[in-house]
Design a protein around this ligand. Sequence first.
Ligand code: XIL
Length: 299
Amino acid sequence: ASTLGAQAATSGRYFGTAVAAGRLGDSTYVSILDREFNAITPENEMKWDATEPSRNSFSFGSADQIVSHAQSHGQRMRGHTLVWHNQLPSWVSSINDANTLRSVMDNHITQVMSHFKGKIYAWDVVNEAFADGSTQHRSSVFQNVLGNGFIEEAFRTARNADPSAKLCYNDYNIEDWNAAKTQGVYSMVRDFKSRGVPIDCVGFQSHFGTGGPPSTFQTTLSNFAALGVDVQLTELDIAQASSTNYSNTVRACMNVSRCTGITVWGIRDSDSWRSSENPLLFSSNGSKKSAYDAVLSAL
Ligand code: XIL
């Protein structure tokens, strides 16, 4: 096939991109989006500061815009993200009572998932809960006030809210099998599977430097998949976008049958949160870069 999404679909996978609602009026952007991609992750529009800026007052306008675009163009949606320490309103981060925070977190998950019920293929239920260089959770209001059990609580609440959505744990720097952080997340997923805590997928953000993916990336993906979860590359971008780095990354996923899809974190270099590193598949004028051809051939 001649586009990323259509080629990924030939093996039952999707190829997605992060989308910013504010760019949906840019005709170059939208024409690439609808030609190449069959999955969308909202870049910021489903984060807590956007969806519940004050307690129990929800705003879904820009997220709804993206979801309706996806629905009318046959694109799957990944929901991103329900529980995260960043882009979190200060009214949440200042809660210090466990019963209050638990009900606030559960209400947020329930209200947001219910609003989009039936329209989301997979949700990043918890994002970036582990500390770099460690097997332990990072400090956050959720960890500090609720303790280690907050992740399990979030996943159980999410399953009740929308039983048909896949529930993912999403993080960065968990691509190298030899990293302590990878081992910490792996132990959590193994524990959840053994105790019946609902988890269906692990998202590997895959924000890589000029060195590209770690050599152990495919091993990591297949070891997680062997625990009984899908694995997905959820926010892929690579500094300077070398063809070799992109092709090695895509091949790691293609070689693992439960690696069900890849999402790049933006369309053109100018759309990227790392725009000075030119990390994406399309140049700022919308033309395909050599990394694009490398990815299409690796799919
Ligand atoms: C980034 C967005 O791309 C930026 O627009 C925003 O200013 C900050 O967040 N990990 C994640 C994503 O899970 O949500 C982040 O997205 C990038 C790192």
